[in-house]
Design a protein around this ligand. Structure first.
Ligand SMILES: [Zn+2]
Length: 706
């Protein structure tokens, strides 16, 4: 990387960072490799090696092939995240046309979205400091682009007509000056033709594999219409496709906790500094991530106010006030809300975001036994959310002392696993807080067994499940074609696509197919199935198949003239691609049965993969090779906190030393959980801890994790 050349270019441009950052349009750049032998448009002596497309970050770029066709190239493919890092030393989010080394400019074509030229200010990753964003005035952006031209790059401006949510807009983009306006039927047809020729639809440009997993995850979420980016880093918009899944989880879980006697309530999102800091261990765990309100309008607040990172300290002063006697117990409240944890690590949609949705339950009991019982009841509900709704297997267990909730007595967890990266992931936690918070917040009752004696401090629990669960679901089930949604939560379970229509098909038959598809959909809806017919005009059946595969709809029904004659329909499973002809007469029973089969198969496949990725390790030397093989491990462990630190440090160091490739994962192993089901791993009697050699207490899962 010629960093000096970059710095020289920046100095030469004399960029004046624009002041108003809030209305700056974020620019995202995509990097492509053209087919070999592609010529530089302005200079036939040069080969074209790189195509950079810069667009507003909020938009979704279409297929690489369609884009190539629009700018007069035969073909090109996206540069993988790993290759981009080699080329520019940047991730996609950090790269911009300005971070190209000037030496690369003569073999580069830069395509800019024409709407960028009307934005008053643009925000791009800094060319000299990858961690910073640079806000440029429109004039400076223009100057920078022209500088690239001076260095030899070819420039094109294109109007990016991008994929919309509701309207059947054209899916990719056309060169500037192309005649058909966006959204018109002519444009839609031209688009469908363009994609037909290219042989590729809106699909993913990367495969679900470890080297590009981050790119895959990002694409599958954006193109699958689960979420969109927002102009504040680490915050995302949950679109109906994902929010609907969250609501399914809400409905199910809400019903089950109400059966346990839990009521919903709502507490304010603001918390005063004094109250937040009342419990020392607790706040130490959260302090670096707490966001503060320090100003209202133009005046500074006398005392800053925190935004809840979780609500223990928000709620418990009132528990102290409301719980007067043992007759007020148990108190069981839950709230469905969002919390804010201002993380500075790389954000990841659903997994690590600055604001996220969750439920947090907070309960108080007279005895520890009651609290212990509820901890496990809730944990089992979390297990069922994952397994029975999301078809994701989890392992219930208890966290080590090091990993438990700050200020709590003990933490139980359901742990999941992402096979592509071999990493564990915490799915939901149910904590017993003991009497620690009740002592801090003075939540006491008179002991019914000892009237007039010492007051009893109540036993408390708190438990939470968040939208992270959606990220786990996507990572576990998605594939090279896009999302694969588990049937019980999918917002559309069945899509019916009329097919087999050619130029010779009569209008009458065409209408009949459409009507029949619509009727099937309506009948399925009456049978309680989320179904619809895709009757969009101007799209080929192939386009529609790919579109719904990208969005992960569990079953596609294809209805053609021959199916109609046979009074049948061809079902295609999203999870396996398996096809089966189903009689129209009993779709009301065959479809629900097929949806249940799909759920069962998805869960079984994911469980087999998780189970076969748990390696038993009894000798230290086995640990790092097992991790590098994309596994988690189960070890007989001593449960000493210092030993856990050493396991992490030693495994991190050895991962780096043994790696032939410097980009190999180097994260050390931490404890994921001590599984409740110890029996599945056999007796731990007489075994020793592989790290320290001390007597092992229980089998413990260790692994790299999210
Ligand atoms: Zn040990």
């Amino acid at each position: 990387m010629d960093a000096d050349a970059l710095a020289a270019r920046v100095a030469q441009l004399a960029l004046a960072p624009a002041p108003a950052a809030s209305d700056a349009v974020p620019v995202l750049s995509y990097f492509f490799t053209p087919k070999s032998g592609s010529k530089h448009p302005d200079n036939a002596d040069h080969d074209l090696k790189l195509v950079v497309a810069s667009i507003e970050q909020a938009k979704n770029l279409g297929a690489a092939k369609a884009l190539a066709a629009a700018v007069g190239l035969k073909d090109m493919r996206a540069v993988s995240g790993a290759d981009l890092e080699k080329l520019l030393g940047r991730t996609r989010d950090q790269a911009s046309p300005l971070s190209l080394p000037p030496s690369l400019a003569p073999s580069t074509l830069l395509i800019t979205s024409s709407s960028l030229s009307s934005a008053p200010a643009l925000s791009i990753p800094s060319p000299t400091d990858a961690s910073q964003q640079l806000v440029l005035s429109h004039a400076d952006w223009h100057k920078a682009v022209l500088q690239l031209k001076t260095e030899g790059a070819a420039l094109k401006e294109a109007e990016f007509l991008l994929k919309g949510v509701d309207a059947p807009k054209p899916a990719a983009q056309k060169a500037a000056g192309a005649p058909a306006p966006a959204g018109s039927s002519a444009a839609a047809k031209a688009q469908a033709e363009l994609e037909g020729q290219a042989g590729v639809q809106l699909g993913l440009t990367v495969k679900k594999e470890q080297a590009v997993f981050g790119d895959w995850y990002q694409q599958v979420l954006i193109k699958g219409e689960m979420l969109d980016y927002y102009d504040i880093s680490g915050c995302y918009i949950l679109k109906p496709w994902s929010y609907g899944i969250w609501q399914e989880i809400q409905t199910w879980f809400d019903r089950h906790i109400k059966a346990l006697g839990v009521s919903n309530a709502y507490f304010p999102m603001f918390v005063s500094q004094t109250v937040l800091e009342r419990e020392k261990d607790h706040i130490e765990g959260f302090a670096p991530e707490v966001a503060w309100v320090t100003r209202a309008g133009k005046s500074d607040l006398d005392v800053p106010i925190a935004i809840r990172p979780t609500s223990e300290t928000v709620m418990y002063p009132y528990y102290g006030k409301w719980i007067r006697s043992h007759r007020d117990l148990p108190l069981k409240l839950n709230q469905w809300n969002s919390v804010v944890r201002w993380e500075f690590k790389n954000p990841q949609p659903f997994l690590r975001t600055r604001e996220f949705l969750w439920q947090e339950g907070h309960t108080a009991f007279q005895t520890k036994a009651e609290a212990d019982e509820e901890v496990l009841q809730i944990l089992d509900l979390y297990r069922r959310v994952y397994e029975e709704l999301l078809a994701v297997p989890v392992i219930p267990g208890v966290k080590s002392e090091k990993e438990k909730f700050a200020g709590g007595l003990y933490t139980t967890t359901v742990e999941g696993f992402i096979p592509t990266t071999g990493r564990g992931i915490q799915g939901g936690t149910s904590h017993c807080l003991g009497q620690n918070f009740s002592k801090m917040f003075n939540i006491t009752v008179e002991d019914p067994a000892n009237p007039g004696g010492d007051k009893l401090h109540v036993w408390q629990n708190s438990w939470g499940l968040s939208t992270r669960s959606l990220g786990v679901m996507v990572m576990v089930h998605g594939d090279d074609k896009g999302l694969v949604l588990p049937p019980r939560v999918a917002q559309l379970q069945v899509v019916i696509v009329p097919t087999g229509i050619t130029a010779k098909t009569s209008d009458e038959l065409r209408a009949k197919l459409n009507d029949e598809a619509d009727r099937i959909a309506k009948d399925l809806v009456k049978a309680g199935i989320k179904a619809k017919a895709d009757l969009r005009d101007g799209y080929t059946p192939g386009f529609k198949y790919n579109d719904w595969e990208l969005k992960g709809v569990p079953i596609r029904l294809e209805l053609g003239p021959k199916d109609l004659e046979k009074q049948a329909v061809l079902s295609v499973r999203r999870d396996t691609g398996a096809k089966e002809s189903l009689p129209l007469s009993d779709l009301g029973s065959s479809i629900p049965a097929l949806l249940e089969t799909i759920h069962g198969d998805m869960l079984a496949r994911a469980r087999a993969q998780f189970d076969s990725s748990i390696v038993t390790v009894e000798q230290w030397e086995q640990l790092v090779p097992a991790l590098n093989g994309n596994n988690v491990v189960v070890m007989p462990w001593c449960e000493v906190e210092e030993c856990e630190d050493k396991i992490k440090d030693r495994s991190a160091k050895e991962s780096v030393q043994g790696a032939e490739d410097e980009r190999a994962p180097s994260a050390g192993a931490k404890s994921l959980c001590i599984p409740h089901d110890q029996a599945r791993f056999g007796s731990v009697e007489g075994k020793t801890c592989p790290q320290c050699g001390e007597k092992a207490k229980r089998w413990t899962l260790f692994g790299r994790s999210y």
